[in-house]
Design a protein around this ligand. Structure first.
Ligand SMILES: C[C@H](O)[C@H](O)[C@H]1CNC2=NC(N)=NC(=O)C2=N1
Length: 114
Protein backbone atom coordinates (compact mmCIF):
# COMPACT_ATOMS: atom_id res chain seq x y z
CA UNK A 1 0.00 0.00 0.00
CA UNK A 2 1.24 3.53 -0.76
CA UNK A 3 2.79 5.27 2.22
CA UNK A 4 0.31 7.67 3.78
CA UNK A 5 2.53 10.72 3.11
CA UNK A 6 2.71 9.86 -0.60
CA UNK A 7 -1.05 9.60 -1.06
CA UNK A 8 -2.95 12.45 -2.68
CA UNK A 9 -5.28 14.81 -0.82
CA UNK A 10 -8.84 15.30 -2.08
CA UNK A 11 -10.59 18.67 -2.31
CA UNK A 12 -11.86 19.94 1.04
CA UNK A 13 -15.66 19.86 0.86
CA UNK A 14 -18.38 20.09 3.48
CA UNK A 15 -19.83 16.79 2.25
CA UNK A 16 -16.45 15.01 2.10
CA UNK A 17 -16.66 11.50 3.63
CA UNK A 18 -15.29 11.45 7.18
CA UNK A 19 -13.09 8.56 8.31
CA UNK A 20 -15.35 5.77 9.63
CA UNK A 21 -15.01 4.14 13.04
CA UNK A 22 -13.77 1.01 11.24
CA UNK A 23 -11.07 2.92 9.32
CA UNK A 24 -9.85 4.97 12.27
CA UNK A 25 -7.67 2.40 14.11
CA UNK A 26 -5.75 1.39 10.98
CA UNK A 27 -5.07 4.99 10.02
CA UNK A 28 -3.98 5.94 13.54
CA UNK A 29 -1.50 3.05 13.54
CA UNK A 30 0.21 4.68 10.55
CA UNK A 31 0.83 7.90 12.50
CA UNK A 32 1.64 6.50 15.96
CA UNK A 33 2.95 9.79 17.41
CA UNK A 34 -0.37 11.59 16.85
CA UNK A 35 -3.28 11.64 19.30
CA UNK A 36 -6.95 11.65 18.32
CA UNK A 37 -8.69 14.31 20.42
CA UNK A 38 -12.19 15.74 20.46
CA UNK A 39 -12.45 19.54 20.73
CA UNK A 40 -15.79 21.36 20.45
CA UNK A 41 -17.31 18.03 19.49
CA UNK A 42 -14.97 17.63 16.51
CA UNK A 43 -12.47 14.75 16.24
CA UNK A 44 -8.98 16.04 15.46
CA UNK A 45 -5.37 14.81 15.27
CA UNK A 46 -2.80 16.51 17.48
CA UNK A 47 0.95 16.21 18.06
CA UNK A 48 3.43 18.38 19.99
CA UNK A 49 6.87 18.79 18.39
CA UNK A 50 9.82 19.87 20.54
CA UNK A 51 12.73 22.04 19.33
CA UNK A 52 15.92 23.57 20.80
CA UNK A 53 14.65 27.15 20.54
CA UNK A 54 12.04 29.47 19.01
CA UNK A 55 13.93 29.90 15.75
CA UNK A 56 13.78 26.17 14.99
CA UNK A 57 10.13 26.00 16.07
CA UNK A 58 9.29 28.87 13.72
CA UNK A 59 11.19 27.33 10.80
CA UNK A 60 9.27 24.07 11.26
CA UNK A 61 6.02 26.04 11.48
CA UNK A 62 6.77 27.69 8.16
CA UNK A 63 7.58 24.36 6.51
CA UNK A 64 4.25 22.92 7.67
CA UNK A 65 2.49 26.06 6.48
CA UNK A 66 4.09 25.64 3.06
CA UNK A 67 2.91 22.04 2.58
CA UNK A 68 -0.55 23.07 3.74
CA UNK A 69 -0.69 25.85 1.16
CA UNK A 70 0.47 23.44 -1.54
CA UNK A 71 -2.59 21.22 -1.06
CA UNK A 72 -5.07 23.82 0.24
CA UNK A 73 -5.59 21.92 3.49
CA UNK A 74 -4.50 23.71 6.66
CA UNK A 75 -3.74 22.83 10.30
CA UNK A 76 -4.00 24.80 13.48
CA UNK A 77 -0.45 25.74 14.50
CA UNK A 78 0.59 26.92 17.97
CA UNK A 79 4.22 28.03 17.87
CA UNK A 80 6.03 28.61 21.18
CA UNK A 81 9.66 28.74 22.32
CA UNK A 82 10.96 25.21 21.66
CA UNK A 83 7.54 23.76 20.90
CA UNK A 84 4.95 23.57 18.08
CA UNK A 85 1.50 22.04 18.55
CA UNK A 86 0.00 20.91 15.23
CA UNK A 87 -3.67 20.00 14.97
CA UNK A 88 -5.30 18.59 11.82
CA UNK A 89 -8.98 18.24 11.08
CA UNK A 90 -11.30 19.06 8.18
CA UNK A 91 -12.99 22.30 9.10
CA UNK A 92 -15.85 22.24 6.58
CA UNK A 93 -16.57 18.53 7.08
CA UNK A 94 -16.29 19.01 10.85
CA UNK A 95 -14.22 15.94 11.54
CA UNK A 96 -11.38 13.71 10.34
CA UNK A 97 -10.95 13.06 6.64
CA UNK A 98 -8.22 10.93 5.02
CA UNK A 99 -6.57 14.24 4.08
CA UNK A 100 -5.85 14.88 7.74
CA UNK A 101 -3.95 11.62 8.09
CA UNK A 102 -1.99 12.28 4.89
CA UNK A 103 -1.05 15.74 6.11
CA UNK A 104 -0.13 14.49 9.59
CA UNK A 105 2.27 12.01 7.95
CA UNK A 106 3.69 14.80 5.76
CA UNK A 107 4.02 17.02 8.86
CA UNK A 108 6.27 14.38 10.46
CA UNK A 109 8.53 14.62 7.39
CA UNK A 110 9.08 18.35 8.06
CA UNK A 111 10.83 17.80 11.40
CA UNK A 112 14.37 17.45 10.01
CA UNK A 113 13.74 18.93 6.56
CA UNK A 114 15.93 22.01 6.04
C1 LIG B 1 -11.62 27.99 0.53
C2 LIG B 1 -10.59 27.06 1.09
O1 LIG B 1 -10.04 26.22 0.09
C3 LIG B 1 -11.24 26.15 2.12
O2 LIG B 1 -11.73 26.95 3.17
C4 LIG B 1 -10.24 25.13 2.69
C5 LIG B 1 -9.01 25.79 3.25
N1 LIG B 1 -8.25 24.89 4.09
C6 LIG B 1 -8.89 23.94 4.82
N2 LIG B 1 -8.24 23.24 5.74
C7 LIG B 1 -8.86 22.34 6.52
N3 LIG B 1 -8.17 21.66 7.44
N4 LIG B 1 -10.16 22.11 6.37
C8 LIG B 1 -10.93 22.75 5.47
O3 LIG B 1 -12.15 22.50 5.39
C9 LIG B 1 -10.29 23.69 4.62
N5 LIG B 1 -10.93 24.34 3.66
Amino acid sequence: MTELAQQQCEACRADAPLVSDDELPGLLRQIPDWSPITRDGILQLERVFKFRNFKQALAFTNRVGAIAEEVGHHPALLTEWGKVTVTWWSHEAKGLHKNDFIMAARTDQQVDAE
